[in-house]
Design a protein around this ligand. Sequence first.
Ligand code: GLU
Length: 283
Amino acid sequence: MFTRFAPSPTGLLHLGHAYAAEVAFQLAVRRGGTCLLRFEDIDHTRIRPEYYEAAIKDLDWLGIRFEETPWRQLDRLDAYGLTLETLKSLGVVYPCFCTRREIEAELDAMTSAPQGPEGPLYPGTCRGLGAGKIAALRAEGREPAWRIDAAAAAERCGPLTFEDLRFGRVEVDPFLLGDAVLARRDIGTSYHLAVVTDDAAQQISHVTRGEDLLASTHLHRVLQALLGFPEPRYLHHPLVTDSSGRRLAKRDDARALRTYRESGLSPAEIHAMLPPLPVACSE
Ligand code: GLU
């Protein structure tokens, strides 16, 4: 069995990362599996080269070591392109030429905009654009993003579920994130497309991630079903919060593991600051 820890090298790791890494690592240890490290670095304008090494060093200090060379998603753009081509051939994605401003204007003009877990959903403006219109927009030099056609995808997949080691069996709502972007204009992929492609390629049997990403898992199951990828099991873990209950942000440098280490704390003291691991990690 394989798990993975998948941080973005956009900052130093903090306690929230330590916890997420520990969940992935301990689940693998308990079940005789292997935990892989994958850098989610497609946010190419926000990453910094020094954060890759820093992450490996901080995790090593905590006793979390990886047997295999870490993957970097920026090395895998061709693989994501192939996944997108498959989705195109299935007719479940469409090109979207809207700018952010155009989407906002469209939503403002609607009496009731469709709502997702993190705000309004894409109103579907480019769904059903004809070939002529698409050619005309391309001729103007406009490059599209690619969105999932949630209705077409849902129809193709039929009912789906996923199994979560904390929450049990969950019914998939294919419309939860609406017609989400699968391939951004600037990089040709998205978190969703990349993570589903990589989890399949690395044969990840247990996907552990923060419970803030539960909504994304609904979309990921749809993508896995469309692509014929295996269904992993999930463990959505609680998030580490500060004393006022707010989720730790990467910008909160005071809480970087590096800062704790430099101020003389031991790995054991870091572990003592983390919430208990989900029971699945000790069964
Ligand atoms: N990079 C994501 C994070 O830092 C993890 C995504 C995942 O595990 O699927 O929260």
